[in-house]
Design a protein. Structure first.
Lengths: 226, 273
């Protein structure tokens, strides 16, 4: 049985995205978040393939010089199924895993503490940047900056906001660097880890099965089964 | 004792030195205030005394920096931080940025130093207790008030058990409540025997907390002496340093022909403005 096309990604999405998401009780958030991030890509893939699929002959609809074809639609649905599988998997990871846990576990497994710090700090910086951005938006609005209204007005409003956000972050880097230095960050050698995520036997089994599934899927693909 | 002797410092690319021939000693358990106008060199003294300059900020240092008689100019930073710690004015930039809880934040420095886990737990517990912020351990450090954040940063430093603590305007970005929290913690630290060097604009905070006050101007020490006398020195006004409120009140009373000794009884009891 060949399970390529739409069926393969759909089965994959159900097995490795929706079932674990149901177990973690995050299905609703998974769908909403995944749709939010993948919708622009999905829509553009749908439009491009339905209307501009090369070699499409079965015409479904004609709008002026543009023709929507059945072959294009079929290919677009296939692409959408793959996008859903990819975005669903990434979103599930985001919804069920604390970035700090991943970084600590990577560090425990020998990844450099500096690399781990950079990854962790990057993730943690996002909320701080959002907060800083909101403060600057409020400050600029209080001085008359119009950040609402038409597209052009919004674009013009971005510059006085993005500038202070970026420059303010850069200005803090020096003091932040010194504060890290003052707490031994540059000391060579391994850090002490206070804790690390539990790695239960069942999780290890699942992880190894997934690792083995990768060459298995590649082999199945090569054999024309996927 | 932390001692700077004949010390000058010029930042890389700067046309002139920021510190010139500084002689300053901070004895064990002593609390020294550092005041002066903007650009006087207060922050540079803090950076040099803590070892961050020239290690983290490039520049040329001449003179000596000793701790308990040992020349520490060439010590690596991670070796120095067990002897002297530094806190900055912005509490947010002092957070590691990677700790999910206050507890992890306080442990950050100890973990970097590779201190055994049991000792990390013990020392972090001591620091939290000393600053009375044990009730914050589960909180996200990024969501604390400025004063609480500064206390967490101080706890992270204290866990490293430095005998000397350098504080560069630790209350500059705090509201009155945050200032009160930090000032109270510094009094506790001083009472516990930690030597403090505090660069600060708020003379009221230094009044009653410091044993000595040093006045800097244009990179040089211009006045030095017991805190009460220096903070009442009329030359401070010429340097743009506002004296503590008790001194201002006494002067206002004198100007009106009243007896200032009545309020002088309150000297040394001044809290933060």
């Amino acid at each position: 049985m060949i399970i390529g096309g739409v069926v393969g990604p759909v089965i994959l999405t159900i097995l490795v995205v929706f079932l674990p998401a149901a177990g973690a009780r995050v299905v609703r958030r998974l769908v909403m978040t995944s749709l939010t991030f993948s919708l622009p890509l999905a829509l553009s893939a749908l439009i491009v393939n339905v209307f501009f699929f090369p070699g499409g002959t079965t015409v479904l609809l004609t709008i002026g010089p543009i023709r929507a074809t059945a072959e294009g639609l079929a290919f677009a649905v296939e692409i959408l199924a793959r996008v859903a599988a990819i975005s669903g998997a990434i979103t599930l990871f985001y919804l069920t895993t604390r970035p700090g846990d991943v970084v600590v576990d990577l560090e425990r497994r020998g990844v450099s503490s500096r690399v781990a710090f950079v990854v962790n700090a990057t993730v943690q910086t996002v909320p701080a940047m959002v907060t800083r951005g909101q403060t600057i938006v409020d400050a600029q609005r209080s001085r008359g900056l119009d950040t609402q209204g038409g597209v052009w007005q919004r674009i013009r409003g971005i510059v006085p906001i993005v500038g202070p956000v970026i420059l303010g972050s850069i200005a803090e880097v020096e003091e932040r660097t010194m504060a890290l230095e003052a707490r031994g960050f540059t000391r060579p050698g391994r850090r002490t880890l206070l804790w690390w995520p539990a790695d239960r036997p069942a999780e290890q089994v699942v992880r190894w099965l997934l690792v083995l599934a990768v060459p298995g899927a590649i082999a199945a693909r090569a054999a024309g089964l996927l | 004792m932390l001692a700077l002797a004949g010390l000058s410092y010029r930042y890389a690319g700067a046309p002139r030195p920021s510190l010139i021939d500084i002689d300053l000693q901070i004895g064990d358990g002593e609390v020294v205030g550092l005041v002066g106008p903007n650009e006087a060199g207060k922050s540079t003294v803090c950076l040099v005394a803590s070892g961050l300059a020239p290690r983290a900020i490039r520049g040329t240092l001449s003179g000596t920096l000793t701790i308990d008689g040992e020349d520490v100019v060439d010590w690596p930073m991670h070796q120095l931080i067990g002897r002297v710690g530094i806190a900055f004015q912005n509490p947010r930039t002092q957070l590691s940025g990677v700790a999910a809880t206050v507890y992890e934040e306080v442990c950050f420095g100890l973990m970097n130093l590779g201190v055994p886990r049991d000792e990390v737990v013990a020392r972090a517990g001591e620091a939290l207790e000393l600053l009375r912020i044990g009730d914050l351990v589960e909180r996200d450090p990024n969501l604390l008030s400025g004063g609480q954040m500064q206390l967490v940063a101080l706890a992270g430093l204290l866990a490293l058990r430095p005998a000397h603590l350098v504080l560069d305007e630790p209350t500059a970005q705090l509201d009155p409540e945050g200032t009160r929290l930090v000032a109270g913690a510094l009094r506790d630290l001083a009472a516990a025997g930690t030597a403090l060097l505090i660069a600060e604009h708020k003379a009221d905070m230094l009044d009653g907390l410091c044993d000595r006050v040093v006045v800097l101007d244009a990179g040089r020490i211009t006045i030095e002496g017991p805190a009460g006398a220096v903070l009442a020195d009329p030359r401070l006004a010429d340097l743009g340093v506002e004296p503590p409120s008790r001194v201002r009140l006494a002067r206002a009373l004198e100007a009106r022909g009243l007896d200032p000794t009545v309020v002088a009884l309150g000297a040394g009891a001044g809290g933060p403005a």
